[in-house]
Design a binder for this molecule. Structure first.
Ligand code: R5P
Length: 328
């Protein structure tokens, strides 16, 4: 007989994020569980766990991204099917680990007759059987309220700040590439004792990935700029902002982001841009064609492992970040 409060931590992962999950598991000192995932001829996804997960505290990793010939929607569906299979296999508590939360940019109705897809995603995971969510640098803090249960919102800021600190840049200006990133950029300035600048961005309402960097608030002439954003998707935002900074006299531009989504034509845009270095984390898997000389990847594996350990042990997650409020 097991003790009444006996808990067993188990981790399983979707196909594209297994290397990341294996690294987290080795920090935690557990083995990644076996999940057999395949498809029916028509593309429907089938999941079967290789071991019993009955009664476990189960963490299910999923990368909400395009990967090889899998679409982001297939990746999300795979994640949902994994949650459903775990619920039906009697896992005691299911935590969805989505280092990058898909559809996060659709977190409000920007105009009439639009969805709030970030809310829909939370509803889908809840309906599938998720009891908790764990994610890193959500596009906006309000997404935490979309999930009716605990959502541990982590940040990659410690590892990205550490990367920048090691460069020992004396004239650093942290730049927000649009209004949505100002609070996050401000936090970087506090950690790095740097100045702040803000780019005024306008997005084309008809073409979602076309952006224009219109103006700059702050002084960058002759200085090194760290442009911080939550994600680089097509690279439109960050490259437009970098060009504006160069126009205004910036000496060097470093792009800093948590999530390297890297949809086409991001790699070409970044390679041919004025950006000197692109620093990202490993929240999303990068295919070979998404890697290039300017790209530096820092790992969030220890942060995720510590958070999982804290959730499992019922200790504080915010203590990992010195007790700070992470909402953006
Ligand atoms: C926008 O609000 C986000 O924070 C990112 O700036 C944006 O989604 C990046 O997309 P892209 O690289 O396609 O401009």
């Amino acid at each position: 007989m097991k003790q009444q409060n006996y808990k067993e931590l188990r981790v399983v992962a979707g196909r594209s994020c297994r290397p990341f999950a294996v690294d987290v598991c080795s920090e935690l000192g557990v083995e990644l569980g076996t999940a057999h995932i395949d498809e029916f001829a028509n593309g429907e996804i089938h999941v079967r766990y290789g071991e019993s997960i009955r009664g476990c505290d189960l963490f299910i990793f999923g990368a909400h991204a395009q990967w090889k010939n899998t679409s982001v929607n297939d990746a999300i569906m795979e994640h949902l099917v994994m949650v459903d299979a775990a619920k039906r296999a009697s896992a005691k508590r299911i935590t969805v680990v989505a280092p990058f939360y898909g559809y996060a940019r659709q977190d409000r109705k920007a105009s009439g007759r639009e969805p709030i897809s970030a809310r829909l995603l939370a509803d889908l995971f809840q309906a599938a059987g998720a009891k908790r969510l764990l994610s890193i640098d959500l596009h906006s803090g309000q997404i935490q309220g979309f999930f009716d249960g605990p959502l541990d919102h982590l940040t990659a800021m410690p590892v990205l700040v550490d990367y920048l600190s090691r460069l020992e840049i004396e004239d650093l200006v942290v730049v927000a590439p649009d209004a949505g990133r100002v609070r996050v950029a401000e936090r970087y300035t506090q950690k790095l004792h740097a100045d702040l600048a803000i780019v005024h961005k306008r997005r084309n309402a008809e073409a979602k990935n076309q952006v224009e960097a219109r103006d700059l608030v702050g002084h960058v002439d002759g200085r090194t700029c760290a442009l911080v954003d939550d994600m680089i998707d097509t690279g439109g935002t960050i490259v437009a902002a970098a060009e504006l900074l160069a126009e205004k006299g910036a000496r060097r531009v470093i792009a800093v982001t948590t999530h390297a989504v890297m949809s086409e034509p991001a790699v070409e845009r970044l390679k041919n841009s004025v950006i000197d270095t692109v620093v990202c984390t490993d929240t999303l898997p990068l295919d070979e064609h998404q890697q290039f000389d300017k790209l530096q990847v820092v790992t969030v594996v220890p942060i995720v492992a510590r958070a999982i350990s804290a959730v499992f042990e019922d200790t504080s997650v915010s203590e990992i970040f010195g007790g700070s409020n992470l909402s953006t």
